[in-house]
Design a protein around this ligand. Sequence first.
Ligand code: PLP
Length: 375
Amino acid sequence: MSYINFNNAGSSYLTNKTQKIVKDFLDYENIVGGYNAENLYKNKLNEFYLNASKLINCDPKEISFLQNSTYAWNFFLNSTHFSKDENVVILDNEYGSNIIGILNKKINYKISKINANGQVCFEDLKNKIDKKTKIVFVCHIASQCGDVIEIEKVSKLLKKINKNIILVVDACQSIGQVNIDAKKQKFDILVGSGRKYLRGPRGTGLLYVNKNIKKKLSPFILDIKNCSVKKGEIFIKKNLPLFEVFEYSPALKLGLSNAIANVNKIGIKKIEKKIKKLSAFFLNEMKSFNQLVFYENSKLNIGINTFSIKGINSSSIYNYLLKNKILTSISNSQTSMPYFKKKKINSVIRVSFHYYNKFEEVKKLKKCLIDLIKK
Ligand SMILES: Cc1ncc(COP(=O)(O)O)c(C=O)c1O
């Protein structure tokens, strides 16, 4: 681990055990054959659903293993039937690719605002929802801003207005970072990425579909894994993850399963607490440097901190830190078009901590930023 990884919201470091599981299974496939290896590891592979369902408090049958959040999100969207006049509502922190998904399907959409304190403007959300609103999309923690959105409050509001509105949660950045509870928060759909706060391998993700919603969807892709054809008619097999297809990477699924088991073992509350401490430490260390402008509400933030430095552009900051072996990332208008338009900024530097980061590493980051400001 020679680079300090403060780009956990991009992809975090795997534990040694998760990395070994993935590598070992790839080796095993080359000894006993890919299909045979999968068969011999059937029970272990099925543990993925148990681990994921334990993490978000749902039924294992409501989970599908997919390759990333974007795929999971689009799988859901393209499995949903829209009549012409129906609309969806997004918040103004929505992820760029999700907006592209809506534009691509030519769905009517409205943008509801998030207040300056980083929380949903419930008055505005209420006003944006009408009789034809089919879905409300909530980005639990945005890519470009670490404030945590109160999904439970959103869900309560929606159920009061119209219980048929589908609540979709993009938990790409929040899963593994904060507690997610399908039964308590009462969302209908959730997408999550494996490589970020879950510390899973790249190319992994999951989709949660509440069993009551499942009945209303027509899976966008059907194949021989979950269907059979008799006399030209398709029959969907019961009790199979409806949003998976035949081919996938068992090695990566085992890796993600182990990563999630690890989160369950440590406990999400403990993880969240450590991450929060790192953010608070960083903000405190930097507070006397008023050249830095931070964009989170420190009361709502866990591990994603974004900032700009007066007079220094984001790519110079990013490159300087990279030269010093510190990984961060840049978010720009394509990350979330409405967010950057509202903030009237072009880009921010994102520093995202995970529980395995050390306070000493944060001190090194501070030193580098001060050196850069003084240059
Ligand atoms: C909030 C949010 N949603 C969705 C995505 C897309 O996730 P993926 O790259 O796993 O498809 C990202 C990626 O960073 C994200 O930050």
